[in-house]
Design a protein around this ligand. Structure first.
Ligand SMILES: *[C@@H]1O[C@H](CO)[C@@H](O)[C@H](O)[C@H]1NC(C)=O
Length: 356
């Protein structure tokens, strides 16, 4: 555990004034102690960049992919240099390659949806890039000093996946039903947020992103390893984060739902060993932001399939009541995954302000 530094008190004393100085010092220390005891809140001192980096290294999560995961994370630059393409509306036949760091990506808002990224156009390239490249994967770190009235620092840890695989469902007694392409999309940005108490550097809680939403988990409910490092489980295909392994069904209930499967495997990213600080707010020293961070258009194309069409094959075999439940599930899938391509970190709700 890393603790904030406190400056020590020093006194230079001459022989004649020694007594008076000691008294003064004693009074000062007593005054400090009294203030600390009577003040119900810790002293709000924003952490420095070095302190925040030390804290991140101390708590940095291990990202565990599912043993059957086909769509692994990669670095953003691996995605760019392995054939990712930038498309512009009206010029679909002439996509362009992306320069290292994303220097040729457009910047700023794009409400008209003029631009989007996509996998390489050829089948071989699409398959290869969609599988990601775990050896290149790295965490993109965003420091938010002074959240919760300046008492905490949020350390956001972002992970990039070139592809989000289709969903599977549990339909009553059928454990795993593949739902065609339902839920698929190009590019997937996921993150965890470490909330650290400024006064003593203690990790308070962690936020895990899950399909557009997420959950806060108290630090006492994390699985720690190698000291203060914790496990960040990524669900199969959808990459929703979690503090524990297991299965969670999202949907209408009655044993019906989208599967979120979390498990340990040897596919793991040590975020403490591979990270880049991409942004820092507040008074801490500025960070050189990579150009791709200012790309605010979509990281994938608009979905071209209809979820209802994708599940038709499965629907045929279900009896009336189960058909209705499947239709409810389709609604859930469309709400959870949407139809637009995914947004980059800066465009997501939780980049600014207090993460809720
Ligand atoms: C993970 O967090 C949940 C709360 O979201 C909690 O109920 C559960 O017990 C935690 N798991 C472990 C292994 O502590």
């Amino acid at each position: 555990m890393i603790k904030a530094n406190y400056s020590s008190l020093c006194s230079s004393s001459s022989s004649t004034k020694k007594g008076a100085l000691s008294m003064l010092l004693l009074t000062y220390v007593l005054l400090l102690l009294w203030r600390a005891a009577s003040n119900p809140f810790p002293i709000n001192t924003p952490l420095t960049r070095t302190q925040m980096e030390d804290l991140f290294r101390a708590y940095a999560p291990y990202l565990y992919l599912h043993p059957d995961e086909e769509y692994l994370p990669s670095s953003v630059d691996w995605f760019f240099s392995n054939g990712a393409l930038l498309y512009k509306k009206g010029e679909e036949s002439r996509p362009v390659r992306i320069e290292p760091g994303g220097t040729n990506l457009p910047k700023g808002g794009d409400p008209a949806g003029l631009y989007w990224l996509d996998l390489p156009a050829d089948k071989g390239g699409r398959d290869r890039v969609s599988q990601g490249h775990i050896a290149s994967a790295e965490a993109y770190v965003h420091f938010k000093p002074g959240v919760e009235n300046g008492m905490f620092t949020d350390i956001q840890v972002w992970m990039f996946y070139p592809f989000n695989g289709h969903t599977s469902a549990k339909i009553w007694f059928i454990k795993r039903v593949s739902l065609g392409r339902a839920g698929e999309h190009v590019s997937d940005w996921e993150h965890v947020t470490l909330r650290v108490r400024n006064v003593d550097g203690v990790l308070d809680k962690v936020y895990f992103s899950q399909h557009g939403g997420g959950k806060w988990v108290d630090a006492s409910l994390l699985q720690f390893e190698s000291g203060n490092r914790f496990a960040w489980y990524s669900s199969r295909n959808g990459h929703a984060g979690n503090n524990e392994t297991g299965l969670y069904l999202q949907g209408p209930g009655y044993g019906f739902g989208i599967r979120n499967d979390w498990a340990r495997s040897n596919k793991v990213v040590d975020t403490g060993a591979r990270f880049v600080v991409v942004a820092s707010e507040g008074e801490a020293e500025a960070v050189a932001e990579p150009p791709w961070l200012s790309y605010e258009s979509k990281w994938g194309p608009t979905k071209k399939y209809g979820t209802i069409v994708e599940v038709r094959r499965v629907r045929k075999f279900l009896l009336g009541k189960l058909k209705k439940l499947l239709d409810k599930l389709v609604k859930v899938i469309d709400e959870v995954y949407g139809t637009n391509g995914p947004a980059g970190p800066k465009v997501k709700n939780n980049w600014n302000g207090n993460e809720a």
